[in-house]
Design a protein around this ligand. Sequence first.
Ligand code: SOE
Length: 378
Amino acid sequence: MTEEIGVGMVGHAFMGAVHSHAWRSVHRFFDVPLTPRLAALGGRDAARTKEASAKYGWAATETDWRALVARDDVHVVDICTPGDTHAEIALAALAAGKHVLCEKPLANSVAEAEAMAAAAEDAARRGVRSMVAFNYRRVPAIALARAIVAEGRIGDVRHVRAVYLQDWLSDPEAPMTWRLRRELAGSGALGDLGAHIVDAAQYVTGDLITGVSATTETFVTSRPDGDGRGEVTVDDAAVFLARFSSGALATFEATRYASGRKNAMRLEVNGSRGSLAFDFESMNELSVFEADGREAGFRRILVTEPDHPYLAAWWPPGHLLGYEHTFTHEIADFLTAIGDGADPSPGFAEGLRVQRVLAAVEESAARQSTWTTIGDAR
Ligand code: SOE
């Protein structure tokens, strides 16, 4: 077993569960330089935190994240809380010399993300590492797509078409959650789902978005909340056009109202010599079109070969991976970077870049200035 590194995680809902799973299994499958020890789990409610800690295998619990950050047996702080607490926890952890893994989007505002990126840059000079948990980068098919684009196999990128479709708000009577409150979540489908496709599009193309024209909508403005109703203060859906620095054009759509679509995170890239297409609901596949083989059309590649990204650690070809593996890959990369004394990617500066795109989308949607209205439309 390699040297141990103590992990303290704040938050134990969906992301807490899936991160716990990854911390517990990463060193059993990947040759990582550090073996995680699940030192402490943080949560505000003592009973629920204890229950989660027993279920997911943490050694201790804390009800105050500051106490968790201060623990001598915690060397990494993993932030799985709603966005309103990311900046405060990350800044305190970095100041205390703890490595930080932070759920996406990095923060609830550009100002917070700027402070986090500056603190991360400063901490890196002291050997303290930080990373944003954009787990879809660690889907093997998405990592393979990036490699294919980087090798020039589809030529110059002309179009990116990215959607992230869920439907859990289609029912207007679905209850309120923190995800629908701006003060907690920062934004709605935009930050929750749009952040993933912005990051994935920039990651796969190796390019940056330089501008957007956007519109957003809140379809249902209040929802059942306890005995009464709560006001929805975020977007339910965001749709935007974007340009990349290469001149490539892109369209993005993030929504929780795409009835029947559960987690359809899809990306298509069209280049001058070929195309790539991915859909998370078939996450072990990548469709590839190379112009040289035009008659063959799109080929469906089953991304389960040992020479595909991350696959050597897992099962024989054709034995599929799932959502949870993306987090195991993310944490393997994070531990490797810490062990190598290198900055992991995506670091907080990349998280800030995504935050700026999200802010530009909100600004554009609020101004509505780039729309040409059809005269007789109401
Ligand atoms: C909920 O919409 C959610 O859990 C997102 O927050 C995650 O980032 C995404 O991976 C799945 O959907």
